[in-house]
Design a protein around this ligand. Structure first.
Ligand code: SF4
Length: 277
């Protein structure tokens, strides 16, 4: 049976960015030992239960490419030894483009996901609190890139679409774009922190879903509506898919998370394998 995502979430809480909506800081998961030696075993367990995934997501409460070379390699090797994934992705703050060895290791079988709030690097760096302009490095050109485009209230839909078109033109190795609304809180539903407050004031959330779908459907070519399993819509611009996860299903419905050696859901409960999705 196919699940959507297997997420390896590291627990370093170290990052070179300071996003005002930082999911790691909102959810307040406990700091744990990653227990990397368990990862391959867990993947084998899933394979033995005939489970595979559309995506492997290498991400973290913290920036995954700040793991030591040795630990980074352990994660990558585990996904190669038990490859039950159609596609593999690394979500990065951008730091991966300053890590030659790690980039070299993954560039052929992982897509690197970057997340931005502005095409203008100065503005992106100011809002997301980082110092190095990774998008204009030579290393970025070596990677296959997915752009997470965060939808903010400071731009209307027309401006967003125009900006996405400019990204695609300027950075031809952007293979896919994902339109992002932000999650106020993925753990207990309470708005009890400055990050969630920032989101309410500045970003689109799942309440804006229908408007986003309506605008995109009227302005670009619509190809996929797969609401049942993937909870997503997809459009195409100049051959580049623009995806939007509508978040109408329960959050993480068809995902499994690896955290601290355990297979869990987004509430950190141990998963029970589903008979059917
Ligand atoms: S890149 Fe991720 S972990 Fe780092 S500050 Fe931003 S949201 Fe948080």
């Amino acid at each position: 049976m196919k699940y959507k995502e297997f997420e390896f979430i590291g627990s370093s809480f170290k990052c070179d960015k300071n996003c005002p909506y930082c999911t790691a800081k909102i959810t307040k998961w406990p700091v744990v030992d990653n227990k990397l030696e368990m990862l391959e075993e867990r993947l084998k367990y899933l394979r033995n239960n005939n489970i595979n995934f559309k995506y492997f997501i290498f991400c973290g409460n913290g920036e995954p490419s700040l793991l030591s070379n040795e630990d980074f390699k352990k994660v990558v090797e585990a996904t190669r030894n038990v490859n039950i994934f159609d596609e593999k992705r690394l979500q990065s703050s951008g730091n991966i483009f300053f890590e030659d060895e790690k980039l070299e290791l993954i560039k052929n079988d992982f897509i690197v996901e970057i997340t931005r709030v502005s095409l203008n690097s100065e503005e992106d760096m100011r809002i997301l609190g980082y110092k190095r302009d990774y998008i204009n490095t030579q290393n970025l050109k070596k990677a296959r890139v997915r752009l997470n485009y965060v939808l903010l209230k400071n731009k209307n839909f027309e401006d967003c679409l125009e900006e996405i078109k400019q990204y695609i033109k300027k950075y031809p190795n952007i293979e896919t774009v994902s339109l992002k609304t932000l999650n106020l809180n993925t753990r207990n539903g309470e708005i009890d922190n400055p990050y969630s407050k920032w989101i309410i004031e500045n970003a689109l959330t799942k309440k804006d879903t229908d408007n986003i779908i309506k605008f995109m459907s009227n302005n670009t070519k619509f190809v996929v509506s797969d609401e049942k399993f993937f909870d997503r819509f997809e459009w195409v611009y100049e051959g580049v898919p623009i995806t939007f996860y509508a978040k109408k299903l329960d959050y993480g419905f068809s995902n499994i998370v690896y955290y601290g050696g355990e297979l869990v859901d987004y509430h950190l409960n141990k998963i029970k394998l589903k008979k059917e999705i």
